[in-house]
Design a protein around this ligand. Structure first.
Ligand SMILES: [Zn+2]
Length: 148
């Protein structure tokens, strides 16, 4: 007699009519002798019949439009932030180089140096604050695994 564990693997294929003839025969022989597996097979047939008649509604056209708008906004926002961050980093590097030259060549160079250090420190503080908030929000977001 085949084991119930082996039948567990074959039963859904049996219900869907996807088994080879020899496997189908094994399952039928087992079901004639095993009451729990026979009951399980009956419930699988019932489940298959019930789900076969389930119909999904097509979303209305307005929903597709909203979805497309959402995708467009998300994509443009992502690219916008990417270009902004790259440009800001290059800008800060340029200012740093310019300040470094001015510091040694210009009598007011120390003013540029203070300004650049303040700008870099301010940017770093703001970036750290935003990153910290994003990380905290991600950890405590209750609905992050829900797909809409
Ligand atoms: Zn069994």
């Amino acid at each position: 007699m085949e084991t119930c564990e082996r039948m567990e693997v074959l039963l859904s294929g049996f219900v869907d009519g996807e088994l080879e003839p020899d496997e189908r025969e094994q399952v039928q022989r087992h079901l004639e002798q095993c009451h729990p597996c026979a009951l399980r097979t009956i419930s699988l047939f019932q489940l298959r019949n019930e789900t076969a008649h389930v119909q999904f509604r097509d979303p209305p056209l307005e929903e597709w439009d909203e979805h497309a708008k959402g995708l467009f906004e998300e994509t443009t926002r992502t690219f916008g932030w990417f270009f902004y961050v790259v440009a800001a980093l290059f800008f800060l590097i340029l200012i740093g180089c310019w300040t470094w030259r001015s510091f040694w060549q210009n009598e007011w160079g120390w003013l540029y140096a203070i300004e650049t250090v303040a700008l870099l420190a301010g940017t770093a503080c703001l970036l750290a604050a935003v990153l910290r908030r994003r990380i905290l929000a991600q950890k405590t977001e209750r609905y992050r695994d829900i797909i809409r």
